[in-house]
Design a protein around this ligand. Structure first.
Ligand code: PLP
Length: 285
């Protein structure tokens, strides 16, 4: 395997950044993950646009042109011979003597790209059974719309899920409303049959998979209510699922041990997963 590190392709095992990289010391950086379908990236523009936004919001310099970055992403996928999997991009504010304020102007951002295969058979097998979700308080900051590498609360949430034998953790705000998953957006079909997901003005990440699903819903004539739901509503839901690059549309069959529907992936989640994957194959570049 190879990784791209600041202008060079290097063996993955020897790919390093400096100990005073601000990503390492301060989590002062952002990232994106694209799903790879047949060697191409899904939701390409969405992730690129969000990357640009994250960098701008944090006042990190744009490290290279969009065209050059696209080339690096494609080349990293190619060199790793990834047909299906993910490509990961991280940009930090660069390397400088440890000091909280931004480093001197002109300090180049660090750019790292890696890519790895994920067997579609494996993820499909997981999706066919559906997964368990647990809930945990959302202890994050007020800018969850920015995709930063500062993921400690997300990691702690995911580990709670793992410790309890679940696959994902849904985080819950002070009002008892689900914000999102540790690395996914959360959806339910509520007891009245309404498809619901939290609106993206409410301090969550605007998922690219979520955005594409909005398109698919329009095409399919499925109504969506962008309104947060409580844990109790989720437990009473007919269906539950979550979305992210890599997971696509993943059915949840229990929440905190409470069975959702008949305890099997619901028809809507299953259908939306198929449609999303179909579109991924079609649109990936
Ligand atoms: N919410 C959080 C907190 C995430 O970390 C992610 C993805 O990493 C998502 C949602 C889903 O976003 P996307 O569909 O763009 O992968």
């Amino acid at each position: 395997r190879v990784a791209y590190v600041n202008g060079q392709y290097v063996p993955h095992g020897h790919a390093t950044v400096h100990i005073e990289d601000r990503g390492y010391q301060f989590a002062d950086g952002v990232y994106e993950v694209w799903s790879v379908f047949d060697g191409g990236m899904a939701d390409f523009d969405g992730h690129m646009t969000r990357l640009h936004r994250s960098l701008t919001e944090l006042r990190i310099d744009i490290p290279m042109s969009r065209e050059a970055l696209t080339q690096v992403l494609k080349e990293t996928i190619r060199r790793n011979r990834v047909k299906n999997g993910i490509v990961y991009l991280q940009v930090t504010r660069g390397t400088a003597r440890r000091d909280h304020p931004f480093p001197p102007p002109g300090t180049p951002p660090s750019v790292v790209v890696t890519s790895r295969s994920i067997s579609p058979l494996k993820t499909d097998a997981i999706a066919e059974k559906g997964v368990a979700v647990v809930t945990t308080p959302d202890i994050r900051w007020g800018r969850c719309d920015i995709k930063t590498v500062g993921l400690l609360p997300n990691i702690l949430a995911k580990q709670i899920a793992k410790d309890r034998g679940a696959y994902e953790a849904w985080m819950v705000d002070d009002m008892g409303l689900v914000t999102e998953g540790s690395s996914t957006n959360a959806w339910i079909i509520d007891e009245h049959g309404k498809l619901r997901t939290r609106d993206t003005q409410a301090n969550i990440l605007k998922g690219c998979t979520r955005t594409t699903l909005l398109d698919i819903l329009k095409e399919e004539g499925i109504e969506l209510e962008e309104r947060a739901f409580t844990v109790e509503e989720a437990k009473r839901a007919k269906e539950a699922f979550f979305t992210a690059a890599g997971a696509f549309v993943m059915p949840a069959v229990s929440i905190d041990g409470v069975k959702i529907g008949n305890g099997k992936p619901g028809p809507v989640a299953t259908r939306l997963r198929e449609l999303y994957i179909e579109r991924g194959h079609r649109d990936a570049i």
